[in-house]
Design a protein around this ligand. Structure first.
Ligand code: MBD
Ligand code: FE
Length: 289
């Protein structure tokens, strides 16, 4: 049984990277305005990116074999639909650091490839949608959202999404109900939340595609520590995108996506209602500039 499940999970995980490409294309198309191309900026950034690569060629004397291996691999990343996965795992953490360096409120981290907009809305004290027999440790997540000046934000929203007990995300791995372990919660008048979910499992990025091939060839590992994704928002405040982690996870110190920060560590306790665990983790939002 256990073996059967592992094989099924692996087969499904292969679809996840590719699924992320299709979704990103839709989202990017929906959000793209008629923004003019900033030729100076493209000249600067594309120029620097190309120079960074040619510098490596000279410094490390890259051979034609290696150059052709790179070409094959880049083609495969596209064929496997793994550009979102590749970029979010190895590049997004730097973009997120730069985008949020002015903030005084809560630390955030990367969004990753598996966010879906417009998840169903629930009250402040609800259970996230899950299957009747959803495996996993019950996990109660309490939170209060305030502004940097301490004002409780009664119109705050927490969007939450995370993997199941097997490390699989709904809408990216087949056979899982559409909004499983995904929801938007609306704060009470004091900016508080009391969300019931389950603890997600550590997550291994798909190993069958181009990203997995790179990891294998480089002798790296494919693991991310268990994490809960959130987007915390309120009108007039900057959107906070974060992930929350569990102490003791063996991959907290070597996350392949470099997305763990000490401020994002949860402190779960045995639940006061006797079942599973609970945690209090508060968010502080920066006003829009
Ligand atoms: C994930 O679940 C994730 O959060 C990231 C950043 C990359 C791959 C899978
Ligand atoms: Fe994730």
């Amino acid at each position: 049984m256990a073996t059967h499940h592992t094989q099924a999970s692996e087969a499904r995980a292969a679809d996840s990277g590719a699924q992320a490409s299709a979704r990103f294309k839709d989202r990017a198309a929906a959000h793209r305005g008629d923004q003019p191309v900033d030729h100076e900026r493209v000249n600067l950034l594309a120029g620097k990116a190309i120079k960074a690569l040619t510098d490596i060629v000279y410094e490390d004397k890259v051979s034609y074999e290696e150059y052709n291996a790179l070409k094959s691999w880049l083609i495969k990343v596209g064929e496997d639909g793994e550009w979102p996965l590749f970029l979010d795992v190895w590049i997004e953490h730097a973009v997120e650091d730069v985008a949020t360096e002015h903030r005084e409120g809560s630390k955030g981290t990367i969004e990753g490839p598996y966010y879906v907009e417009d998840s169903p809305e629930y009250e402040w004290d609800a259970k996230i949608p899950m299957r009747e027999d959803e495996p996993g440790t019950p996990f109660r997540f309490k939170s209060k959202v305030t502004a940097v000046d301490g004002t409780p934000l009664s119109n705050a929203k927490i969007e939450m999404w995370h993997a199941d007990e097997y490390g699989l995300y709904s809408q990216f791995a087949p056979g899982i109900p559409e909004w499983n372990l995904r929801a938007s919660f609306l704060a009470n008048e004091d900016g508080e939340f009391d969300i019931k979910t389950i603890r997600p499992a550590p997550y291994q990025i798909p190993t069958e595609g181009a990203c997995g091939q790179l990891i294998e060839a480089a002798g790296w590992h494919a693991w991310r520590p268990a994490h809960i994704h959130v987007k915390v928002s309120a009108p007039g405040y900057e959107l906070l995108t974060a992930q929350l982690y569990f102490p003791g996870d063996e991959h907290n110190d070597d996350d392949i996506a470099s997305a763990v920060k000490p401020e994002l560590m949860l402190d779960p306790k045995p639940s006061s209602d006797g079942e599973g665990e609970e945690v209090q983790y508060d968010f502080v939002l920066d006003p829009e500039r």
